[in-house]
Design a protein around this ligand. Structure first.
Ligand code: ZN
Length: 491
């Protein structure tokens, strides 16, 4: 078992357990894979496999090991946390990044300001004046407000405007808030943050029952820890996207999402818009600028659980209707073939011919290859297709009958249903946005395929979701109707 890296890992497998004791001391950056294989007398493929396991567990860094006696506890920390983001290849690179910036602390409470500077210096963070931060063009301004003495918001907005990120920190009796970092191109300005966090925290100010731990005493080390994560680009710096709220009595840490005010003159349009829940949601799932996205996050696409998720499909016991997709479109000109081809274009796995051996099979383009849009449809009087309500299985090029067709116009009623819960399992609240975008992509594919195949289509702009849930036996807890199209017969 490996402890002390970003997440605790258990390394299984006989090969790993047999090899590691001999292999670990040799992986010091001075040997090639070939030399490692020769030294422990195993095939190079085995070495690659073991190194892959160690790398995905966050145990490998590139470069030569530090000479004995030259390391430090800070370097150890950076080496153990560099894998959480993989902005850098090693703890050494992260340490260099930490040393290249300057941090200025603005605080009207001199004792507290000095304590924060001391904590930063003890973590090898270069501390300087705001002028030096602006001159170095790298670094951060920590703007600490206590009680009623708040930092002038126009002054902070000015730093933000010249490209210097500002970390707003507030200390009230019993409560402290950190962040979110106000970047020139990301997150609210300090004024919007101050507005959004007003009243946050329990702020009892009473006597702590946790052995006399006070937020004020913890704050300098807490700030230093967050600043190290931000400047070195390691670990999980929560203030890149949200506020950390620390309460005392009892001691508790929580996280708050803060949105810009759309009409803010500093970080909004300066117009008269006011916020809405839709705007707040969009803000909460917005992509940060590329430099703030972690290369490590991309690895989640390769997690076995997420690959399995992409093949998760709903089962139905109803009558099976084969809807073979004609890859060489045009051989079968029947209406039934055109409907099958349209469904396959928008909702199916790409044919095996498009999936090289050993590669993951891809759905028609969908977020995270999760195939979130599912096709449910009703057929009435369509030549070559039996009447009924159906659930399409894009991995089988087939549909299963879920119900009687009921009364309605002839043709195909196509209902696009997002598997919201499946997407949520990988993307959390971002799932709603992905499912909505996927629905638009699926609609476009239906429209393009139908136009090419000569099927008239009409996009419905509204529908009765509760009725459709009943008609198609949908699971309202996990699925969401996101589109509806009527497909007629070719004229
Ligand atoms: Zn603002």
């Amino acid at each position: 078992m490996i402890d002390g890296v970003v997440s605790r890992r258990v390394l299984r497998g006989r090969t790993v357990q047999r090899l590691l004791p001999d292999l670990l001391p040799l992986i010091d950056g001075t040997r090639t894979w070939h030399e490692l294989a020769a030294a422990v007398e195993v095939p190079e493929a085995t070495i690659r496999q073991v190194l892959g396991i160690l790398y995905s567990a966050g145990l490998l860094e590139d470069g030569a090991a530090a000479a004995p006696g030259t390391g430090s506890s800070l370097l150890d920390f950076l080496s153990r946390t560099v894998d959480a983001t993989r902005y850098h290849r090693s703890g050494h690179e992260a340490a260099a990044a930490l040393r290249s910036g300057v941090v200025a602390v603005l605080c009207d409470d001199d004792d507290l300001g000095d304590a924060v500077r001391t904590a930063l210096r003890s973590s090898e963070v270069p501390v300087g004046s705001p002028h030096e931060v602006v001159e170095s063009a790298q670094g951060l301004i920590v703007a600490l407000s206590t009680g009623s003495r708040t930092q002038a918001s126009d002054r902070l907005a000015a730093y933000r405007d010249v490209g210097i990120p500002v970390l707003p920190v507030t200390l009230q009796p019993g409560t402290a808030t950190l962040g979110p970092v106000s970047y020139p191109d990301h997150n609210p300005c300090p004024d919007c943050t101050s507005h959004g966090l007003r009243g946050t925290g329990r702020g009892s100010g009473g006597v702590s029952r946790d052995g006399g731990l006070h937020v004020r005493d913890l704050l300098p080390a807490f700030i230093a820890h967050e600043v190290v994560l931000l400047l070195a680009g390691v670990g999980t710096a929560r203030t890149i996207s949200e506020a950390i709220v620390m309460d005392e009595a009892p001691l508790r840490t929580s996280f708050e999402f803060v949105t810009r005010r759309p009409g803010c003159v500093s970080c909004g349009t300066g117009g008269t818009e006011t916020g809405s829940s839709a705007f707040a949601y969009e803000e909460s799932v917005a992509f940060p600028p590329a430099r703030l996205t972690k290369p490590r996050t991309h690895q989640q696409h390769f997690e076995p659980a997420n690959i399995a998720l992409s093949m998760e499909q709903r089962h139905h016991d109803g009558l099976r209707l084969a809807l073979p997709a004609d890859v060489d479109a045009g051989h079968d000109t029947s209406v039934a073939a055109a409907v099958a081809q349209t469904l396959a274009t928008a909702f199916a796995l790409k044919p095996p011919a498009f999936a090289p051996e050993g590669k993951v099979r891809r759905w028609s383009p969908t977020g995270g290859n999760l195939g979130s849009p599912q096709a449910y449809f009703t057929t009435r009087g369509v030549p070559g297709l039996p009447d009924g309500r159906w659930m399409y299985r894009g991995d089988e090029y087939a549909a299963y009958r879920v119900a009687e067709p009921g009364a309605g116009p002839s043709g195909v009623e196509l209902v696009i249903v997002a598997e919201l819960y499946r997407v949520w399992k990988k993307y959390n609240t971002f799932a709603y946005r992905i499912a909505a975008l996927d629905a638009g992509v699926a609609l476009s594919h239906v429209a393009i395929a139908a136009a090419v195949l000569g099927l008239p289509v009409r996009n419905e702009f509204g529908w009765n979701a509760i009725q459709l849930e009943r008609d198609y036996l949908l699971d309202a807890n996990e699925q969401m109707v996101v589109g509806m199209v009527r497909i007629g017969s070719p004229s």
